[in-house]
Design a binder for this molecule. Structure first.
Ligand SMILES: C[S@@+](CC[C@H](N)C(=O)[O-])C[C@H]1O[C@@H](n2cnc3c(N)ncnc32)[C@H](O)[C@@H]1O
Length: 283
């Protein structure tokens, strides 16, 4: 079987799950990852014959895709801000919006010459730490997450990019954070989907991604933001910035919470799809 023939077979087998266009993209990702081809270069080898062992792996992976497992978990790979990360089902698959948050932070901070202490609360795969760490000079990186598996994956992803960070497994809602530092940047993309909105979430996401990373109680959907704003009040340096990704429904409420805590500056910006998504909070 040729690469192209497998691509067509894969597309057809998953099109009922993902639709035609997305299936084509997923089939390409599957082939590129399995055959070790650079992203975007699959078309160059369309006519190549697949070996038996390549076909075995591809078929095995296709079965997982057909069962609804996201391609990132099937290949254990996600791309974030141009970097390859390892992912598994104990971490959220990094989203394009979060790449936008990384970009905001990098553009804001890259002209700063002094050394920066940077903390990611709810670091998951470590995607924000990897992107920000690889693109800013002079920094110390810190990450925390409630999930031990997430922390060990984040540690691995940083190491793969030649980066180092101090990590802590902590429940930010209950535990004292023992990273004993003042931070210049605190960034967080905490869980922000109320359980009552779970019916709006894709089946694939609901069935495969960790609910711990997604959902918050209906009666207190900004619980993480309140806790993190409080933490930042005591642990953000005077000229430091707190960056959030948020549910568009709560940006005003988060700014009010920050103002109540004494932060004088709160800027809200939109994501690529025009939704208010990112916050920048300072004294
Ligand atoms: C929306 S995910 C974000 C992950 C990653 N930063 C990203 O942007 O892809 C939220 C993260 O918060 C973590 N988390 C959930 N509850 C937590 C808690 N009580 N304390 C610390 N981290 C928590 C989850 O394990 C998850 O990794």
């Amino acid at each position: 079987m040729t690469v192209n023939e497998f691509m067509e077979l894969a597309k057809d087998s998953i099109s009922s799950l993902y639709g035609k266009e997305e299936s084509a993209l997923i089939a390409i990702i599957l082939l590129e990852d399995t055959l070790g081809i650079e992203p975007g270069k699959a078309s160059r080898i369309k006519k190549n014959q697949l070996t038996t062992s390549e076909l075995d792996i591809l078929n095995e992976r296709l079965v997982k895709l057909k069962s609804g497992i996201p391609v990132q978990y099937v290949t254990s790979t996600a791309w974030f801000y141009g970097m390859k990360l390892e992912v598994n089902n104990s971490v959220l698959i990094p989203r394009p919006e979060t790449e936008e948050l990384a970009d905001i932070i990098i553009k804001d901070q890259r002209s700063v010459n002094r050394s920066l202490n940077i903390l990611d609360i709810g670091c998951g795969s470590g995607c924000l730490l990897v992107a920000v760490g690889a693109n800013l000079k002079n920094h110390s990186l810190f990450g925390l997450d409630i999930s031990e598996n997430a922390v060990s994956l984040a540690r691995k992803n940083l190491k793969n990019q030649g980066l180092n960070a101090a990590f802590e497994v902590t429940d930010i809602l209950k535990d004292e954070v023992s990273l004993n530092e003042m931070f210049d940047i605190i960034m967080s993309n905490p869980p922000y989907i109320p359980f009552k909105e779970s019916h709006l979430i894709d089946k694939q996401v609901l069935e495969n991604e960790p609910h711990l990373a997604l959902f918050v109680p209906d009666d207190d959907p900004v619980i993480f933001y309140r806790k993190i704003v409080d933490f930042a009040y005591n642990n953000l340096s005077e000229s430091g910035t707190l960056y959030f990704e948020s549910n568009p429904a709560y940006t005003d409420l988060i700014c009010e919470m920050a103002a109540d805590r004494g932060f004088k500056y709160c800027e809200v910006s939109k994501d690529m799809s025009g939704k208010y998504r990112f916050l920048k909070i300072r004294s």
